[in-house]
Design a protein around this ligand. Structure first.
Ligand code: UDP
Length: 260
């Protein structure tokens, strides 16, 4: 592990001081948490896969003009990113009902939504990241109105692009979470995409079988977490063909867990 100065340790990543001013190194851990860190575990190899998947997605988003913090991947677990001032909101984009939306509103998981829904959660672990409205955001000034509009535009563009990308490899993009940050240039701050985009923060369902290929395998004790993440990487062309278990083998992973 690196001896660089640690800036911050989160649930799934560590941030270190970067080699140049204005840069950070984002280190991807194998740690997994769910339900506001009430459930904790390790998914061996997850950090390596998320680093690679997130690199791929940010690079593609860059090609369509979405500004982001990713500079380059340094090694298996680390990437160099621009230092930003994180906006304390999680922006969730939903195409299909699942998770907390299904629970809160009593809509069956898997129901396609009549339109894409954006939600905002305040990043505050002590409060359990509560759902907030645009009114709350404006009243408490968690970000400016222009910044919110920029985040909304980017979230919709990212959703359109990623829905197509995943559909092309037989995966349904059900929902996902984004984080944004301010990049200061003299006295002016520009909002750019930050954090990561990986199966940790997305719901990804196999289109043919409905099999979950994301962190819900961990949240819901389904087993086969790393196999699911590998399958996403393999379909995105990031692993050699035949190197990851197929969806069929997720069933064997589940059976092996049940037998334990
Ligand atoms: N999500 C996330 N971090 C969070 C909360 C949610 O990455 O702290 C992602 C989650 O993986 C899912 C989407 O945001 O893809 C919507 O999550 P939801 O609100 O349904 O919450 P959950 O069911 O995870 O409690």
């Amino acid at each position: 592990m690196s001896r660089r100065r640690q800036i911050y340790e989160g649930k799934a990543k560590i941030l270190y001081e970067g080699p140049e001013p204005g840069t950070l190194i984002q280190y991807f851990k194998d740690d997994a948490t769910a339900f506001n860190a009430q459930k904790k575990g390790t998914i061996s190899g997850k950090g390596v896969l998320n680093n690679r998947i997130s690199e791929h997605i940010f690079t593609l988003l860059g090609t369509i003009g979405v500004p982001h913090h990713f500079i380059r991947r340094l090694n298996m677990r680390e990437q160099l990113v621009r230092q930003v001032e994180i906006i304390p909101l999680e922006v969730v984009v939903r195409n299909v009902a699942a998770g907390s939306l299904s629970k809160r509103l009593g809509i069956e998981e898997g129901t396609p939504l009549p339109r894409t829904i954006l939600e905002y959660y305040l990043k505050d672990d002590s409060l359990g990241d509560p759902l907030v409205t645009e009114e709350h955001i404006a009243a408490f000034g968690w970000c400016g109105q222009d910044e919110l509009a920029d985040m909304q535009d980017m979230a919709i563009r990212i959703n359109d692009f990623l829905s197509g990308l995943f559909a092309g490899v037989g995966i349904r993009l059900v929902d996902f979470k984004l984080e944004f940050g301010r990049l200061w240039e003299d006295d002016y701050a520009r909002v750019i995409l930050a954090d990561e985009i990986s199966p940790d923060g997305c719901r990804l369902w196999d289109m043919a079988s409905g099999e979950k290929l994301d962190k819900d395998r961990f949240r819901r004790d389904l087993g086969g977490e790393v196999e699911a993440y590998q399958e996403v990487a393999r379909r995105l062309g990031l692993l050699p063909e035949g190197s990851a278990n197929s969806v069929v083998n997720l069933d064997s992973a589940r059976k092996a867990r049940d037998a334990r």
